[in-house]
Design a protein around this ligand. Sequence first.
Ligand SMILES: C[S@@+](CC[C@H](N)C(=O)[O-])C[C@H]1O[C@@H](n2cnc3c(N)ncnc32)[C@H](O)[C@@H]1O
Length: 442
Amino acid sequence: MSLPSGFTEKYQHLLGAEAAAFLATFDQPAQSGYRINPLHPSAPALPEPIAWSQWGSYGKVAGTSIAHLAGDVYSQEPSAQFVAAVLAPTPGERVLDLCAAPGGKTTQLGSFMAQQGLLVANEINAGRARVLSSNVERFGLTNTLVTNSDPQSLAAQLPEFFDRILVDAPCSGEGMFRKDPGAMAYWNPDYPAQCATRQREILRSAEAMLRPGGTLVYSTCTFSPEEDEQIIAWAAQELGLSIEPIAKVGGIADGRPDWADGNPALANTARLWPHLLQGEGHFVAKLRKAGDEPARAGKQQVAAKLSRTEQADLTAFTQSSLTAPIIGPFLKVGDNLTTMPAAMPALAHIHVLRAGLDLGTFKKGRFEPSHALATALPASAFQTVVPLTAEEFDRYRHGETVARPTLKQKQTVLLTYEGAGFALGRLVNGTVKNAYPKGLRK
Ligand SMILES: C[S@@+](CC[C@H](N)C(=O)[O-])C[C@H]1O[C@@H](n2cnc3c(N)ncnc32)[C@H](O)[C@@H]1O
């Protein structure tokens, strides 16, 4: 691979004798990996576990496979899987993923939280926020609020609101050159310093949203000290955050105090080098805010009250198709109904793309369930599960119907393939009508 000359010279200077081994990795293929979804019993086993990721395996899963479509796996490069493992939230906490699209770290944080507490996944770019929202849906997360905002606007509304925050910062992307050579086009010797300016701004907002005593993980997929140790040295000095130790396994190396202000605590940060482990380039720091206070309550979202007709339509759906009623608290936006995550904040002028579990939409005289139920609810939540053959699976994804002449009931059913639920269908007169979202069809 032909690297920018300024890049090669920089790392020859920084790494000395180690540079040759580092630079040689750019002529080797990128590492691939994926994580399984611990919330899904149909998730596959881990053939080639990754030392630092409890749900991770080396290998590839096709985007057209049932494991992917059912949300049983998320394709994610191995080193990237270390980041959320360092934040390691627990069920019930309030967690923010501030730079979240397309959702690799969000879905892993959701795995730790087991649908409890509040996970806010924010993305500044509108198009990328939509991809994030659809990945949150595919993974079946029900405690997640997906927002499309800039960090400052969010910080203005949620001061000291979170127990844990992840800043997976936009960066110069040097660690991804092998995976995405196109990223090299943006690189010039001044690019890391430009990225660092934006990273400091994002960290200021993140710190404002963290409760005293809370944990903030900062990560990049770049090797440049300007965006790694030097940012953390600044965060320690300017924001008063302490640099906490990180357990390092499988070839993960210490950060380099000598590449910043010499603060010995910078050795606590973690560097993932492609010549020292099987993965791409990453940097991770774990920071703590001084003090110890509970997260601030903030202004809570008021739950929606359903009209009598709406309640009747929702009950008609649950009684005909599900094995248990759906209990709120509900949030209604237009005709769309969701169940809100715990501690859901009331957000003014912030674009919310998804708030908890998207249940469906009130139509004239009926409730139309959302595709989100297929990946969020277990098969046992549905009165009828319809397993498909390979041919039917293929055809359903093209938008076709499925014949089941022996099934006479009129209801919404869960469709499975190889034991994994991936779609809803509307059963009428022995035919399962296609309810697969048009955007997901082949
Ligand atoms: C490294 S990517 C995040 C990857 C994601 N965490 C994942 O694991 O899938 C960084 C994200 O930051 C977003 N971003 C860019 N500028 C930003 C800014 N000024 N503030 C916050 N986020 C920004 C980008 O759109 C991008 O989606």
